[in-house]
Write a protein that binds this ligand. Structure first.
Ligand SMILES: *Cc1c(COP(=O)(O)O)cnc(C)c1O
Length: 221
């Protein structure tokens, strides 16, 4: 099936209120153009320089989402244009994003990545670290970022119950945080969970932003 057909099929399977990030990492700009022609406007990348060079050659109304682990020193490549960074996992990165956002005279929206998987290799903060960060003086002094939600990645497993429990737990935490934090810097609306293999489970557990790559663009070599 073509990219346009894959995209159509995915979109038909999304519940109301669930937005789609088409994850185009490693794929050529021509693939993004095909999805763009089919109406897709939000694309996800995980390498700052790759995102920058694609953004330079592709239509300006694309919303670029950084979904992968971000090294502070590479923030400068995407700060002028990125619309959402999903993968913030520490204060020092947030401070760098804030600095680069200020230099570009803008506010950058970010999600905090919360560790929910039973795997050692995944990035993210635990619940306690998130609360600590959002309560800290250093965080509350920032002016050019906004935390608009949380992101999580479930364990890479065939066990649906495990995945569902992880997403369920994150949703509970998300709602708890919504009750605790609402101010100029924190406006929690987005729950980014679900990829090609588990987005249907994520939808059962209340996601409103799914990140789907291989089911649209094919597997990555
Ligand atoms: C690559 C990636 C995805 C998309 O994965 P697929 O299995 O291809 O849908 C989603 N989220 C993150 C953080 C990724 O790195």
């Amino acid at each position: 099936m073509s990219i346009a057909e894959n995209l159509q099929k995915i979109k038909e399977s999304l519940q109301d209120g669930v937005e789609l990030v088409a994850v185009s990492k490693t794929k050529p700009s021509s693939d993004i153009e095909e999805a763009y022609a089919a109406g897709q406007r939000i694309f996800g990348e995980n390498r700052p320089q790759e995102m920058k060079s694609k953004a330079e050659e592709l239509p300006k109304d694309i919303e670029w989402h950084m979904i992968g682990h971000l090294q502070s020193k590479k923030t400068k490549y995407i700060a002028p244009f990125v619309s959402l960074i999903h993968s913030v996992d520490k204060l020092s990165l947030l401070e760098e994003i804030n600095k680069r956002a200020a230099q570009n005279d803008r506010i950058i929206n970010v999600l905090l990545q919360v560790y929910i998987a039973k795997e050692e290799s995944k990035y993210g903060m635990d619940e306690e670290e998130v609360i600590e960060l959002l309560s800290s003086e250093e965080f509350n002094a920032l002016k050019n970022i906004k935390v608009t939600g949380l992101m999580g990645m479930a364990t890479n497993t065939d066990n649906e119950a495990t995945i569902q429990n992880e997403f369920k737990g994150l949703k509970v935490f998300f709602e708890e945080l919504q009750g605790k934090f609402s101010n100029d810097l924190v406006d929690l609306k987005i729950l980014s969970t679900g990829m090609s293999g588990d987005y249907k489970i994520a939808m059962k557990e209340g996601t409103n932003l799914v990140r789907i790559g291989s089911s649209i663009f094919g597997s990555r070599g």
